[in-house]
Design a protein around this ligand. Structure first.
Ligand code: BES
Ligand code: ZN
Ligand code: ZN
Length: 504
């Protein structure tokens, strides 16, 4: 979707349809009188009586077809809200509007900027509106051999209209930010929707390498020999049963003048397919485990977006890639391996593979860099999904200020986190009779916490660290206006907002 700006007032505006958000019960021609001037037919149109602004309501009012501004779509925001509630309502409303526009086979939309003024911070709301429009315009068509006619058309361009002769820089920046964030989320969704036979570790790494090269981001791929030589015993243990060997992708964005600052290090779980290994998963929902690399996808997409925006902060991304499969070489329940930290780790359940690839990546992050903070993202535990459901992700953090930053970056992104405790009393559940640590607890209770405690074992005292458990929120069975059925790309925008703010 091409984002354009149209200045100079309604005479210069054009598009198939104008999108106007409206609160329930609002008299829009009074609160937004400019609209009546841009589209005078609204003042006499009988259709205006049907515009109530209720949540999810969409009303279209038509003028003479020859007018440049002949259709206005009023999108209901529901009962009036304030603060971040407005941002959320705007995201929902514009996503719904774009889906309707597509169903009408229209291909361009106009957003009169003054429509945001009465709702709050107009610039911020413009960012969210553009974000939502770009998300709703995206379709997962990965391997469909349908012709274009069978798909709903995309909106080709979106114009933001101003009455003045000039377009404020802030508006351009906001629209660009919204677009960049949505494209990053779409990229993560596409990757997470890609099946495991196509997106295996090496294929993922090659895609990343190509994109990084285009953007001038440093990218190193450690293959199985490199991992062996460096001592990534836990990571390698996960990949043993797979036909496709594991990889660790290291991305580094270091803008000029910031080469030596302490980086924000993002670490993503990238299991391209999680069958459970020898501790095989039940088959019912096993196919969804193609998205067990959402953490890595979010890390990659966010880092590329930060590089594209040229944010003045150093950011490192580690993608811990492997496929978790059973075969004669696969790691056995009961095996003991030595991780990069030197710890001997007893592997009891091979389905708890995420924490194995992550513990080595976390160790590596602290050995190689002196991170300002480390944030890992992982579809880590079914227990987290059971505890928190599909709308809010789990957050574990060893620092109050960092936890607050993650939560507020999430608010800004429309992604919610709920902090769970790194409960010290449960550490003893990870003691092993034969090794330094066991990677799982013998009981399922508190499973999201014991997984986080296992990761915490590999974090040095002076490292600021946050762990985002996105199992449960990474996938949408029903789909919504903002997200088609399937991978949600959750955490991509949170990481992007964190990186934009900088942590050094
Ligand atoms: N990838 C899964 C977690 C998961 C479950 C993600 C459901 C998304 C939806 C993870 O590797 C896993 O299987 N974890 C086990 C850990 C257990 C064996 C300690 C789990 O949650 O059952
Ligand atoms: Zn698993
Ligand atoms: Zn997994």
């Amino acid at each position: 979707m091409d984002i354009r700006f149209q200045a100079g007032g309604e005479d210069k505006w054009s598009a198939d349809i104008a999108l106007v958000p409206i609160w329930e019960g609002e008299k829009i021609l009074e609160t937004c009188p400019e609209l009546g001037e841009a589209a005078p037919f609204l003042q006499i149109a009988p259709g205006m009586r049907d515009v109530a602004g209720r949540d999810k309501e969409i009303s279209i009012v038509y003028g003479h077809p020859d007018l440049p501004y002949s259709r206005v779509m009023f999108i209901g925001l529901g009962k009036q809200k304030s603060g971040q509630g407005v941002e959320g309502a705007i995201r929902e409303a514009f996503a719904r509007a774009v889906r309707r526009v597509r169903a009408m086979h229209l291909t361009s939309v106009h957003i009169p900027f003054y429509c945001f003024r009465r709702l709050g911070n107009g610039i911020r709301l413009l960012e969210e509106a553009v974000y939502a429009c770009v998300l709703a315009n995206h379709e997962i068509t990965l391997f469909k051999q349908t012709t274009r006619d069978e798909l709903l058309p995309r909106v080709e361009w979106l114009a933001v209209g101003f009455r003045d002769e000039f377009v404020p820089d802030q508006a351009r920046v906001a629209a660009r930010r919204g677009e960049t964030a949505a494209l990053a989320v779409n990229r993560a969704r596409d990757l997470a929707n890609t099946p495991g036979n196509i997106l295996f570790p090496d294929a993922f790494a090659s895609k990343v390498q190509l994109a990084a090269r285009e953007r001038g981001v440093r990218c190193e791929v450690l293959d199985e020999q490199d991992l062996e030589r460096e001592g990534f015993g836990a990571h390698l243990a996960v990949g043993r049963g797979g036909a496709h060997p594991p990889r660790l992708v290291v991305l580094e964005y270091a803008p000029k003048g910031h080469e030596d600052e302490q980086p924000l290090v993002l670490v993503g779980k990238g299991i391209t397919f999680d069958s459970g290994g020898l501790s095989l998963k039940p088959s019912a929902r096993m196919h969804l485990m193609k998205s067990d690399m959402t953490g890595a996808a979010a890390t990659f997409a966010a880092l590329m977006a930060l590089a594209e925006e040229e944010v003045p902060h150093r950011v490192v991304g580690l993608l811990a890639l492997a496929e978790n499969m059973p075969d004669g070489n696969a790691t056995r329940p009961g095996d003991v391996v030595t991780g990069l930290s030197g710890d001997r780790i007893e592997i009891v359940n091979t389905d708890a593979e995420g924490r194995l690839v992550l513990c080595d990546a976390l160790t590596y992050a602290q050995k190689r860099w002196n991170p300002a903070a480390v944030v890992d993202v992982a579809t880590l535990t079914g227990a987290c999904a059971v505890a928190l459901g599909d709308e809010v992700a789990g957050l574990f953090c060893n620092d109050t200020a960092l936890a607050e930053r993650v939560i507020s970056a999430g608010h800004c992104a429309g992604e919610n986190y709920w902090q769970l405790p790194l409960w010290p009393g449960y550490r003893k559940k990870l003691t092993s009779p034969v090794a330094d640590i066991c990677h799982t607890s013998s009981s399922r209770e508190g499973g999201a916490i014991t997984a986080a405690l296992y990761l915490e074992h590999f974090i040095q005292d002076d490292t600021l660290w946050a762990h985002l458990d996105i199992a449960g929120v990474d996938w949408s069975d029903e789909g919504s206006a903002l997200c088609s059925k399937g991978a949600t790309g959750f955490a991509t925008r949170t990481l992007l907002e964190l990186g934009r703010g900088g942590l050094a």
